[in-house]
Ligand binder design. Structure first.
Ligand SMILES: NC(=O)c1ccc[n+]([C@@H]2O[C@H](COP(=O)([O-])OP(=O)(O)OC[C@H]3O[C@@H](n4cnc5c(N)ncnc54)[C@H](O)[C@@H]3O)[C@@H](O)[C@H]2O)c1
Ligand SMILES: N[C@H](CO)Cc1c[nH]c[nH+]1
Ligand SMILES: [Zn+2]
Length: 457
């Protein structure tokens, strides 16, 4: 019995038909708590936790044996055996020289808009004078060396070069290494548009390696790639699992795994737009997830018909079909408030709000990687050209993780600078707190500087 069958037995929703695209779930009259959402709205069967055990041997092998293990994993999984992962400088230059001018213009505009948004995220150092002679400065310092993952298994994503590299550069990261899966039809190098995007942004270090072996190579270093301090970027469930495994050895950004779209819509939404947006994100991965939530039965009916119609015309049916059948749903709710509670609990990577007063409804959303307001802000705009970042948390981690930003690459270091008088003014408090914790050496470290017998100390 599936989780959906079980929930149907326990209460209202009808059993899902596995063959149906975007199966319907009726949640009218139900409270949208965590348990209900987990049981009724599935995420992919192969989740990050399950994939961790699958990629652990790859990550451990790379840690132990370095470049030889990377090479063997790449040969076994990607079917490419190359002596080195490093992409030659000439290949980067050639990819840029050969880049289609229309794609170059689009990348340049995408970079320009992303820079505008990400430069606004830069934080100035804050100096706080806590007491006369006593300051604490928060100094924002970039991570020194980062590894940026650019997907390329099912389709190459040059737009993810922009989304990784722009915030890292704006943050002031000095050393960047981009990794992206080797492509058999391109001589074992990453896709030429990925290489061209790197060249356009001035990235010089690119490695032709993908999956868990790429993440492990960055995290532990090999003879061919110097260890990084942080790994960021989106990827499939194996990439997300590997990032979870290396966390601690390096920093990571959020778990930006298989794509998700949630749409909260009412009867004012155009079913053609809604269906197109669901398909647009389902085409990333058979493990992608799509959730439509509405109080309008008429809209759900119209979208169901549109999904069938557009599915018959779409290219990547091998990905869209499983995504829409296995971990997607169209959910009928009582009203927009109930819909908001549901999408907040699901915590989508992307959430579109296509309702009357969409901006006001969107302002009430608390859990989502990014929110898209009204009919003219589809997720595809954010994927490429809005200026927002498309590397976003998935699997419900939007409840506690933000998308990739300039802050991802910065650490706030507190710099404490007190004068003797400022220290003396609080020494009696340190006596009290150090005494309460029975940490006498802490108290002594202050009292050797400002003895208790001094007046005012
Ligand atoms: N959340 C986000 O911000 C975001 C953004 C863009 C893309 N994405 C997601 O990125 C993913 C891209 O996936 P992709 O597969 O096209 O490319 P990918 O580069 O993420 O993964 C490809 C690599 O996975 C490895 N791999 C494949 N099958 C494996 C297996 N069975 N065991 C171990 N390793 C295996 C291979 O080494 C391959 O090189 C999609 O899921 C997409 O939805 C997410
Ligand atoms: N929708 C993806 C994030 O989940 C990002 C992307 C890149 N290219 C197209 N789409
Ligand atoms: Zn997309």
């Amino acid at each position: 019995m599936t989780a959906l069958d079980a929930s149907a037995t326990a209460a209202a929703p009808a059993p899902r038909e596995q063959e149906q695209l975007l199966p319907r779930v009726d949640l009218r009259g139900r409270t949208h708590d965590e348990e209900l959402v987990a049981s009724v709205l599935p995420r992919a069967a192969l989740d990050v936790s399950a994939a961790v055990e699958l990629v652990r041997p790859i990550v451990e092998d790379v840690r132990a044996r370095g470049a030889a293990a990377v090479r063997e994993a790449t040969a076994r999984i990607d079917g490419i055996d190359a002596g080195t992962t490093r992409v030659p400088a000439e290949a980067l230059a050639a990819a840029l020289a050969d880049l289609d001018p229309a794609v170059r213009a689009a990348l340049e505009e995408s970079i320009r808009r992303a820079r505008l948004v990400h430069e606004a995220q830069r934080r100035p150092d804050e100096v706080v004078e806590v007491a006369p002679g006593g300051t604490v400065t928060e100094r924002w310092v970039p991570v020194r060396r980062v590894g940026l993952y650019v997907p390329g298994g099912l389709c190459p994503l040059p737009s993810s070069v922009v989304m990784n590299v722009v915030p890292a550069q704006v943050a002031g990261v000095r050393s960047l290494a981009v990794v992206s899966p080797p492509q058999r039809e391109h001589g074992g190098l990453p896709h030429p548009v990925v290489l061209a995007a790197c060249a356009l942004l001035g990235v010089e270090e690119v490695h032709a390696v993908g999956g868990a072996q790429a993440v492990a190579m960055l995290a532990y270093g090999t003879e061919q790639c110097r260890k990084v301090d942080m790994v960021t970027g989106p990827g499939n469930v194996y990439v997300a699992a590997a990032k979870r495994l290396v966390r601690g050895a390096v920093g990571i950004d959020s778990e930006a795994g298989p794509t998700e779209i949630g749409i909260l819509a009412d009867e004012t939404a155009d079913p053609v737009f809604v269906a197109a947006d669901l398909l647009s994100q389902a085409e990333h991965d058979p493990n992608a997830s799509c959730l439509l939530v509405s109080p309008s039965e008429e809209l759900l009916d119209a979208v169901a018909a549109e999904v069938e119609r557009q599915f018959a015309l779409t290219k990547h049916v091998d990905r869209v079909g499983p995504a829409l059948r296995s971990q997607s749903a169209a959910v009928l709710v009582d009203d927009i408030d109930a819909g908001l509670a549901l999408v907040d609990e699901w915590a989508a990577e992307h959430l579109e709000v296509i309702t009357r007063d969409a901006a006001a409804v969107a302002a009430r959303v608390t859990n989502a990687g990014a929110v898209f307001v009204g009919p003219w802000s589809p997720v595809s705009l954010g994927d490429y050209l809005a200026g927002s970042n498309h590397v976003l948390p998935t699997g419900g981690t939007a409840k506690f993780n933000p998308g990739l930003s300039v802050q991802t690459f910065l650490r706030g270091i507190h710099v404490v600078d007190y004068s003797r008088d400022a220290l003396a003014a609080v020494a009696h408090h340190i006596d009290a707190l150090g005494g309460a914790e029975d940490l006498v050496a802490h108290v002594a470290a202050v009292r050797v500087r400002v003895p208790a017998e001094e007046a005012g100390a």
